[in-house]
Design a protein around this ligand. Structure first.
Ligand code: DAT
Length: 189
């Protein structure tokens, strides 16, 4: 049975993980958080390239550390190699705050979650973001950076924006995506 690959993208804090995990669970798909992929080893993702574990796969998925933003820099080519087989099989929900480095052929549909500033500000603040990191993420949402990145990276007709402000939005989005998946499965099997 063929199953679609779904990309959930958007600014940090818009609700990708909340939606992605619930969607995967309801639809019986697998869920991959690309940011967490590299953290699944003993260093906890916090310390590459200085992980004490000599065979740490996590360190291999990073190519450095961004001091300004206090976050690891993904080695995009290695992430792609790591995921290729699973993506070819299908049935994967991918969650990441970037989308231009994935192969276009991987995804059958792309959702860009959007959140109003006031909501997003509160969510990022309660996540402990402050100063430049907080401001830059808010600006990323204002400039619809991820939406434009998605529109440039995939066929426009497979890219959809979804509001992600309230729990009602979440439920509506889940219902809509579930319907789309069911239709895709009918059309492709
Ligand atoms: P992301 O994965 O995009 O960084 P998240 O799923 O971790 O975002 O969500 C960030 C916070 O916002 C978290 O506390 C859950 C909450 N949240 C997510 N979607 C929401 C929604 N539709 N309505 C209200 N809160 C939401």
């Amino acid at each position: 049975m063929r199953r679609p690959n779904v990309l959930i993208t958007g600014t940090p804090g818009v609700g990708k993980t909340t939606l992605g995990k619930e969607l995967a669970s309801r639809a019986g798909l697998s869920y991959i958080n690309v940011g967490d992929l590299a953290k699944e080893d003993s260093c906890g993702g916090s310390a590459p390239p200085n992980c004490p574990d000599p065979v740490c796969a996590a360190g291999e998925l990073y190519e450095g550390f961004d001091e300004e933003y206090d976050c690891p820099i993904l080695d995009e080519d290695r992430v792609i190699d790591e995921l290729e087989d699973r993506m070819r099989e299908g049935g994967v929900v991918v969650d990441y705050h970037g989308c231009d480095f994935f192969p276009e052929r991987w995804f059958h549909i792309v959702f860009v979650l959007r959140t109003d500033n006031s909501f997003l500000y509160d969510r990022l603040e309660s996540r402990g973001y402050t100063g430049k990191k907080l401001q830059d993420n808010i600006q990323c949402e204002i400039f619809q950076t991820l939406y434009e990145e998605a529109m440039e990276s995939y066929k426009k007709e497979i890219v959809h924006q979804l509001p992600s402000n309230t729990p009602e939005d979440l439920e509506r989005n889940l219902d809509q995506i579930m319907q789309w998946i069911e239709q895709w499965m009918k059309d492709n099997n």
